[in-house]
Design a binder for this molecule. Structure first.
Ligand SMILES: NC(=O)C1=CN([C@@H]2O[C@H](COP(=O)(O)OP(=O)(O)OC[C@H]3O[C@@H](n4cnc5c(N)ncnc54)[C@H](OP(=O)(O)O)[C@@H]3O)[C@@H](O)[C@H]2O)C=CC1
Ligand SMILES: O=C(O)C1=N[C@H](C(=O)O)C[C@H](O)C1
Length: 234
């Protein structure tokens, strides 16, 4: 398969290594200053860039009939526009805040726990995410997905806020510590105890492998998909 990498930073380079090991060719590796490239050389594009450019990268792929996998976080105000463009062009598109198998299992565990805790109003929920110091967005896309999972299953919460608590609000704390690939913790706390679930990424390999698997999966499909479709879970 011929793959275009849109964003050739920490994730782009990790994806390249895994894609080559799985027998694919990297036909484009696009970074900030690369403008006039031909995306149609690729069978599929994988976007791990920056929040300000992700939507343009995705639109360019959809306008040129190239299936696109996006892992960039912090651009979701334009997600519905990407969905509408994908439908209009009969294209293929996946966004996931986290492509690792472990986190996608953790997402399901989080929803199951939230459903169980919904009746137990003596427990307050809090969430913490820790990432490396170069991260541009906060809270992380994964923390937002976890909060959305709780909101969908727990009738005590209908919104989340960064560093703020309030009625029906899930407070999310974002910490930035050098070299941390990504740690997410959900806590339910009562006066007598705490229940915590946590996912700790040890490196970026899990995110990158999931993105390559999603790229292999989406070729020759039409539609807007999620990692639950790719992994057949949820
Ligand atoms: N969904 C998931 O599983 C995961 C998502 N992420 C997300 O992926 C994104 C990238 O992460 P990471 O690789 O660590 O970040 P990096 O900063 O290491 O890489 C981002 C790259 O995008 C480049 N870039 C800037 N402008 C453009 C442009 N116009 N077109 C294409 N590329 C451009 C940057 O170039 P330059 O440095 O020259 O500006 C940089 O090389 C982030 O949003 C992060 O949150 C990360 C890990 C997992
Ligand atoms: O920026 C990162 O590094 C990561 N970003 C994603 C997010 O915002 O959730 C996924 C992972 O946690 C690493």
């Amino acid at each position: 398969m011929n793959i275009a990498l849109l964003g050739y930073g920490k994730m782009g380079k990790t994806i390249e290594q895994i894609a080559i090991k799985r027998g694919h060719n990297i036909v484009l590796a696009v970074d900030k200053d690369d403008k006039d490239y031909d995306i149609t050389k690729a069978d599929v594009a994988i976007d791990f860039s920056i929040p300000d450019v992700a939507f343009n990268n995705i639109s360019n792929c959809l306008n040129n009939n190239v299936p696109v996998i996006s892992g960039t976080t912090g651009w979701l105000d334009k997600y519905n526009d990407a969905v509408n463009l994908c439908k209009e062009k009969s294209g293929a598109f996946i966004y996931a805040s986290n492509y690792s198998l472990g986190v996608n299992i953790f997402f399901e565990l989080n929803k199951t726990l939230a459903k169980m805790m919904s009746a137990l109003k003596q427990y307050n929920v809090t969430m913490e995410e820790i990432h490396h110091t170069q991260k541009l967005d906060a809270p992380s896309g994964t923390a937002i997905s976890l909060a959305d999972g709780i909101i969908s299953e727990h009738d005590g919460f209908d919104n989340w806020k960064l560093d703020e608590s309030g009625v029906n609000t899930i407070p999310i704390t974002a910490k930035r510590i050098e070299n941390v690939p990504g740690t997410h913790t959900v806590n339910y706390e009562s006066e007598v105890d705490t229940i915590s679930i946590e996912h700790v990424a040890h490196n970026r390999q899990g995110f990158a492998l999931g993105a390559v698997i999603a790229a292999e999966w989406i070729v020759n499909k039409t539609g807007i998909f999620t990692m639950n479709d790719v992994l057949n879970i949820g």
